[in-house]
Design a protein around this ligand. Sequence first.
Ligand code: PMV
Length: 382
Amino acid sequence: MVEFKVSAPGKVILFGEHAVVYGKTAVAASLALRTNLDFKELPLGTDYISISMPKISLTQQIPLQHIIDFFFGQSSPKSSAGHDEFHKHVQKFVEEIGFISLPQKQALEAFFYLLINISQVESITIKPIHIHLDTALSISSGLGSSASFAVCLATCFYHWSRVQRNVGISLDEAQLREISSYALDCERIMHGTPSGIDNTICTFGSIIEYRKGDLLVPIYGVKIMRVLLVDTRVPRSTKALVESLAQLRSKYPKIFDPVLESIDSVSIEALSIIRRIQELPEAHDELLSEAYNELMTLMKVNQGLLDTCHLSHPSLDAICAEAKNYGLAAKLTGAGGGGYAYILLLPTTPNEVISSLSRKLIANGYLVTLTNLGGSGVEIYS
Ligand code: PMV
């Protein structure tokens, strides 16, 4: 009986959010908070597919025959019919099997979109299976939870198809690109027109330089960075914040175009420092701390530019001020207006400083997670 596990990271935008919407450079990193998937084929005689996703309180058993009749009947649109037509068909199926919340609806659509699409393209024989998915990422908060979820599922079905054909999987660059592209199709269900950055970082891991329309290439072998990820617990709408900057820019193009241009330069400068850190010989402490200091300066500049665009929030400003008290830098990540900030920790930052800063932030009502950036992308364990 086939059984395996898949795990994929979340993501954090380090530099360049919002400016990226206008074709500027952004830098994103994988986050060590991961989504984990357990897959197992069920014994002969079982006649359903079982799904469990505790984070969204979803447990469901769907009769296998219903899936086969609905998606593999003579008149059923195939995934090759195109995204919109196929997605509509998946939506109809999910309406039939039922859900009780929007996250459940989206998760079920993503699940069946990927299962059926990959089984049609990669010729999987659909059998009774159990899939359990859980995540350390908070949902809809800009940490790439939906991409991490889609990458796990895409990898799971892609791997299953290869197991059925008795061919191995190496997760080399070509296979990762296929997985990432399956996940991107699925992301369109949740985000309409996703940029592609989230699925790429959740598949490849590491740190990525990103510009709209360019091929996304990870910087392989970056050195892991430690951060405190701080949740302001202030809800925000990415769409509304992107629109608010669009309005400012259309009213004052001469003011805001140069700001966006500056953010582009910050991202480009940051990338060159990240590459420099990657190439530093071990134990070159002085050069390393110089590079980290430069990164901290760029974080403060980027935060200031985002604030100029009215994208910060009093809670984000307070987190930046607290980090500064400890000689560190913080910056909002993602859409801003609340959501998350990250505080870059130096390789030499003592544990007592990390504990003291965390305690202060927690006392002020924030949620704090000590975690790493730039680690591995999707992984499969037998
Ligand atoms: O909401 P998030 O954290 O996924 O980030 C949005 C990033 C923006 O640059 C503001 C929008 C975008 O589509 O790139």
